[in-house]
Design a protein around this ligand. Structure first.
Ligand code: NDP
Ligand code: 8X3
Length: 252
């Protein structure tokens, strides 16, 4: 029987690559996000593998009701979720603390922290029922060391790190694994979103070195998900060769 993965933020970047990787490995996929056109296109592409089932759920992780309704309404055949990847997230702006926008702060805290809490809270009962499951939270190097003008984005990823540690302890009695994966810079839509559509500013982030790709992260998530039952990667930081930590990248 196929295993099932639920991925938040599957419409681009890491989430999309994770869906493609797991679908190629014959996992049933629940793909989620806000952009319907992107979800539909991905669902159609994944469904070319006739060995798997694909379900797309459109919801905004910031909206508690939408999250709980989507998960609670899952049909029986979709309630057996083996892996949840809490990936949906964003950086909004990169400004000194005193100049940053409060709306940007709200967007990051609401999505990266509260969204992750809501989705986890909705899915955990399904895993508890079978006393098995794996939650993979996408943190960041920004959750390991704060960098200049990273303020609230970094804070939101420090929170992901803390929540992952807490989940791991509290969910142990239910045999639910919790892994926090902390990527460094990877070229996705991330910087385009951060710089609000400014493509040249976004591109400049990845100039002078070879950044990670979304596929690198998908392969890492797949590795963590397919270890023996008694093995759990608790915390994993992954950067490209040129990046030493959150604030030092060697650029040619
Ligand atoms: P992308 O911008 O390419 O993808 C972000 C995904 O999150 C999209 O699918 C988007 O879907 C979804 N999303 C954003 N807001 C919401 C929301 N409110 N409700 C539901 N879905 C939402 O970025 P990445 O793939 O790079 O980022 C994925 C995760 O990885 C994020 O948590 C990010 O912080 C983290 N990360 C990224 C790094 C990088 O350098 N790229 C490095 C370290 C961590 P839609 O817009 O359709 O809702
Ligand atoms: C995304 C990577 O370096 O922009 O979390 O914070 S970075």
């Amino acid at each position: 029987m196929n295993k099932t993965i639920l991925i938040t933020g599957a419409t681009s970047g890491f989430g999309k690559a994770i869906a493609e990787k797991f679908a190629a490995e014959n996992w049933n996929c629940i793909i989620t996000g806000r952009r319907k056109d992107k979800l539909d296109a991905l669902a159609e592409a994944l469904s070319s593998n006739k060995n798997i089932q694909v379900l797309s759920l459109r919801f905004d992780v910031r909206k508690k009701e939408e999250v709980f309704t989507a998960v609670n309404d899952l049909q029986n055949e979709w309630r057996n979720i083996d892996v949840l990847v809490n990936n949906a997230g964003l950086a909004a702006g990169r400004d000194p603390f005193d100049e940053a926008s409060v709306d940007d702060w709200d967007a990051m805290i609401d999505t990266n922290v509260k969204g992750l809490l809501y989705v986890s809270k909705a899915v955990i009962p399904l895993m508890k029922e079978k006393q098995k499951g794996h939650i993979i939270n996408i943190g960041s190097t920004a959750g390991k060391e704060v960098y200049k003008e990273g303020n609230v984005y970094c804070a939101s990823k420090f929170a992901v790190n803390a929540v992952s540690q807490a989940q791991r302890m509290d969910l142990l009695p239910h045999k639910i694994k919790v892994t926090c994966i902390n990527p460094g810079a990877a070229e996705t839509e991330f910087s385009l979103v951060r710089f609000k559509g400014d493509a040249s500013k976004a591109k400049a982030v990845y100039e002078g070195y070879e950044a990670l790709t979304a596929e690198d992260i998908a392969n890492t998530v797949y590795y963590c998900s397919t270890l023996p039952d008694h093995v759990c990667i608790n915390d994993l930081t992954i950067t490209c060769l040129a990046q030493a930590n959150s604030f030092y990248t060697y650029k040619e």
